[in-house]
Design a protein around this ligand. Structure first.
Ligand code: PLP
Length: 626
C-alpha cells in the first residue's frame, strides 16, 4: 500500500461478524443468498462470494448475466440468481454459464423455454408494491396458466422485493399479504419463496418464506438508524489515501474551483490525490470530513476530479505521505454518515468509491489478497483493449506463482492471441496423442519397454520444414520449447544412447504427404528435420500433422508425463500399457475452462480428453502412472 495514491481495504473479519449478527434473525429452516451485484457493492464480488459460500450461503445474487459470467470465469460454481430482468439477447449467455434468471413476464419465459437445452431453473418475480421489475398481481393468474405450457421452465423460486423494509412496517405487511395472494393465483409450487432483503430480514421476515437476500447490512452499512438497536454492524470497506502536498493560505485566499472557499486566517492545508473520479462524491465539496491520525479534518473548497483539499488546523505534525481515511472505521466516516451530509445514498457511495483504487483484503488482521487497479475483470471475449494488458499479466502471475513463466506465457501466447489485432497466433487444434508401451523383442527387454507414439493435430504451417527433437536431458530440450519450427520433443532416458537407432521416426506426414527426414546431432540434441518441397504451397494455411515415433522407455520409471506446451484447442491423450497387466492411472492437470478433463478407462490404459472446442493453456498435461 506504500506506493498507492489511494486504496480500499476490505475487512473480511467485519464481514463475517456482520453475517453472524444477521444470522441471529434467520430461523434454521431458512437459507440465505449473498447479494454480490455491482461487484458486491464495490467490495469485490469474487472475494465476497467465496467468503459467503464458506459461511453457508446457498446462492449468490447478481444484477445481470455478465456479472454472473464473471463469477463463473473466476471459478464460482454455486447457484447464481440474476435479480434484474434479463433481455432475450442474454439467454445464450445465461445458458452457457449456468445462471438462474428471474422471470417477470411471459415473453421472456417463452424465449427461454425455446432456447434451454433442459428444464431451466428460474425464479418468478412478483411486484407487490415496489413498482419496479416483476409481474403485477393482475398478471399472476394468466401467467400461472401459461407456465404449464412451458415444459422447459422449472420454477425453482418465487420472490418479491420490499420497497421500504427499513422503516415502513405497515407497507411491508401489505406487501406480504399481496405476495400470498399472488402465490395463490399463480398456483405453482417452488422450492424457494423469498421476499426479504437485509433490512427486511431484521424487520419484516415472513416466517413461511425460506430464503433471504442479504446485501447492504452484510457490508456493515445501516439502511436506517433504528436498526442500530437490533444489530451491531462493522463497516467492511475503508477508503484511504495519503497527503500529497502541504500548502499555506493567507486570509482571503481562495481554495479550489470557483473560489467557493475563502481562508479566514493564516492556514495550513493538505492536498489529497483523490477526487470525484475516484468516487468521492462532488456533493461533499465544503462538507466532507476525513480522518488524519485521530483528528477529523474538514474538506475545503470544491472537490475536483482528481484532488481535494483538507483543513489541517491544529494538526501541525501532519506531513506529506501521511495516511488519511476517507471512509470507514469512525462513526463520522461510516458510509451512511458521510452520505447524510449531502442527502445521498450509502448504496451509491460504496459502489462508486475507490473506483481507481487497488483493493486489499484483510482476514484475521492480515492482508491476504489484493485485486487490480482497474475495476475490470478477466473475460476472454473482452480482450480487445490494450489497457487490460497489465491485468492479464497480474492474473496469470498470481495463478502460476512464477513471474518468469507467467510473462513467457503472456508475451508469447496470450498477448498475441487475445490482444494483438492481427491475431497472428498458431495453436494446435484436434490434438490427439496416443502412446503404447509393449515389450521389445531385443535384448534390453528387461530394462525397457518399447514406447510407440502417434501424434496428430491441425495447425497453421509456418515453414517448409519442422523439427522433431529428442535429448537425454531436460535442459537441452528446453532450448526447443518456444521455437515455432519444432513440433515434437521427447525426453530420452539418460542411459540410452542418443541416436536414430533408439529414437526412430517411422512416419511423418503433412496433409497425407510423407515427408523426408534427416537426422543430425546438434549440441547434444537429436534433431530430425522433416521436409518436402510441396510444403511451400501450404505455408499460412492450416494443415494436418501426423508424427509417429518408436523408442525405449525405462521400466522402473513407473510414470510417463505428457505436456502440452502449445496453446491447444481440443485434446485427447491416451496411454496403453500392453506389456503388463499392471493397473494404470491417469492424473491430468489441465489449465483451461475445466481442470478435470474426462478420463476414460480403455483396455490396459486411459484416455483423457477435453471437449472438442475447449481451449487448453500451456503447462497442461497428464501423468500416467503404471
Ligand atoms: C439488491 C437487492 C437485494 C439486497 O438488498 P439490501 O437492501 O442491500 O439488503 C435483495 N433483493 C433484490 C431483488 C435486490 O435487487
Amino acid at each position: 500500500m506504500k506506493q498507492e495514491r489511494s486504496w480500499t481495504e476490505i475487512d473480511l473479519d467485519a464481514y463475517r461478524h456482520n453475517v453472524s449478527q444477521i444470522k441471529e434473525f434467520i430461523p434454521d429452516y431458512m437459507g440465505w443468498m449473498q447479494i454480490v451485484k455491482a461487484d458486491a457493492y464495490g467490495h469485490g464480488a469474487y472475494r465476497i462470494a467465496r467468503e459467503a459460500l464458506a459461511l453457508g450461503a446457498e446462492m449468490l445474487g447478481v444484477a445481470n448475466a455478465e456479472e454472473g459470467m464473471l463469477l463463473r470465469h473466476q471459478g464460482i460454481v454455486a447457484p447464481i440468481l440474476i435479480l434484474s430482468p434479463s433481455l432475450p439477447s442474454e439467454i445464450p449467455r445465461i445458458i452457457q454459464h449456468n445462471l438462474t434468471p428471474s422471470v417477470s413476464g411471459i415473453p421472456f419465459a417463452t424465449a427461454l423455454d425455446a432456447a434451454a437445452p433442459k428444464p431451466w431453473p428460474v425464479h418468478l418475480n412478483i411486484d407487490t408494491g415496489m413498482g419496479r421489475s416483476g409481474m403485477s398481481l393482475a398478471e399472476t393468474k394468466t401467467f400461472g396458466k401459461a407456465m404449464k405450457q412451458l415444459e422447459n421452465i422449472e420454477v425453482e423460486g418465487i420472490f418479491s422485493h420490499f420497497a421500504a423494509s427499513e422503516n415502513d412496517p405497515d407497507f411491508s405487511t401489505l406487501q406480504v399479504i399481496r405476495f400470498r395472494e399472488a402465490l395463490d393465483a399463480l398456483n405453482i409450487a417452488a422450492r424457494y419463496y423469498h421476499m426479504a432483503n437485509s433490512s427486511g430480514t431484521i424487520n419484516a421476515l415472513p416466517p413461511w418464506t425460506n430464503l433471504v437476500r442479504l446485501g447492504l447490512l452484510t457490508y456493515g452499512i445501516y439502511t436506517d438508524p433504528s436498526l442500530k438497536e437490533d444489530v451491531s454492524l462493522k463497516p467492511v470497506m475503508r477508503f484511504k489515501s495519503r497527503i500529497s502536498q502541504i500548502k499555506y493560505a493567507r486570509p482571503q485566499d481562495s481554495i479550489g474551483y470557483n473560489r467557493t472557499y475563502r481562508a479566514s486566517r493564516h492556514m495550513r492545508y493538505g492536498i489529497l490525490p483523490v477526487g470525484y473520479a475516484d468516487g468521492y462524491d462532488y456533493l461533499l465539496s465544503n462538507k466532507g470530513f476525513v480522518q488524519v491520525g485521530t483528528a477529523l479534518c474538514p474538506v475545503i473548497g470544491k472537490i475536483s476530479m482528481d484532488m481535494i483539499a483538507i483543513d489541517l488546523e491544529n494538526n501541525d505534525e501532519v506531513t506529506t505521505g501521511d495516511e488519511v481515511i476517507l471512509l470507514g472505521a469512525e462513526e463520522a466516516l461510516r458510509a451512511e454518515s458521510i452520505t447524510s451530509l449531502y442527502n445521498g445514498s450509502p448504496y451509491e457511495l460504496v459502489c462508486q468509491i475507490g473506483r481507481r483504487a487497488r483493493r486489499f483484503y484483510f482476514l484475521d488482521g492480515q492482508q491476504i489478497d489484493s485485486s487490480p487497479l482497474m475495476r475490470r475483470d478477466f473475460v476472454p471475449s473482452d480482450f480487445s483493449d490494450n489497457k487490460l494488458t497489465s491485468i492479464i499479466e497480474t492474473a496469470i502471475e498470481q495463478r502460476i506463482q512464477s513471474k518468469e513463466i507467467a510473462s513467457m506465457i503472456y508475451e508469447d501466447v496470450l498477448k498475441q492471441f487475445f490482444v494483438n489485432k492481427d491475431r497472428n497466433v498458431s495453436y494446435r487444434h484436434n490434438f490427439m496423442h496416443r502412446i503404447t508401451f509393449s515389450s521389445p523383442k531385443a535384448f534390453h527387454a528387461e530394462h525397457y519397454y518399447l514406447a510407440e507414439t502417434s501424434l496428430e493435430f491441425d495447425k497453421v504451417l509456418k515453414h517448409p520444414y519442422f523439427i522433431v527433437a529428442c535429448a537425454n536431458s531436460e535442459s537441452v530440450l528446453e532450448r526447443y520449447f518456444m521455437r515455432d519450427d519444432v513440433e515434437y520433443r521427447w525426453l530420452l532416458d539418460g542411459n540410452i544412447q542418443l541416436s536414430p537407432e533408439f529414437f526412430e521416426v517411422p512416419l511423418v506426414t503433412v496433409n497425407g504427404i510423407s515427408l523426408t527426414t534427416r537426422s543430425s546431432i546438434v549440441d547434444g540434441c537429436l534433431e530430425i528435420k522433416c521436409s518436402h518441397p510441396q510444403l511451400e504451397n501450404f505455408i499460412g494455411t492450416s494443415v494436418h500433422f501426423a508424427i509417429s515415433t518408436r523408442t525405449l522407455y525405462p521400466r522402473e520409471s513407473h510414470q510417463l508425463s505428457v505436456y502440452l506446451i502449445d496453446i491447444t484447442r481440443g485434446a485427447t491423450i491416451s496411454f496403453q500399457h500392453l506389456a503388463t497387466n499392471a493397473a494404470v492411472e491417469a492424473v491430468p492437470f489441465f489449465a483451461g475452462r475445466s481442470k478435470f478433463p474426462q478420463s476414460i478407462a480403455i483396455d490396459h490404459g486411459y484416455r483423457v480428453q477435453s471437449a472438442r472446442d475447449e481451449w487448453i493453456f500451456p503447462t497442461s498435461g497428464v501423468v500416467f502412472v503404471y
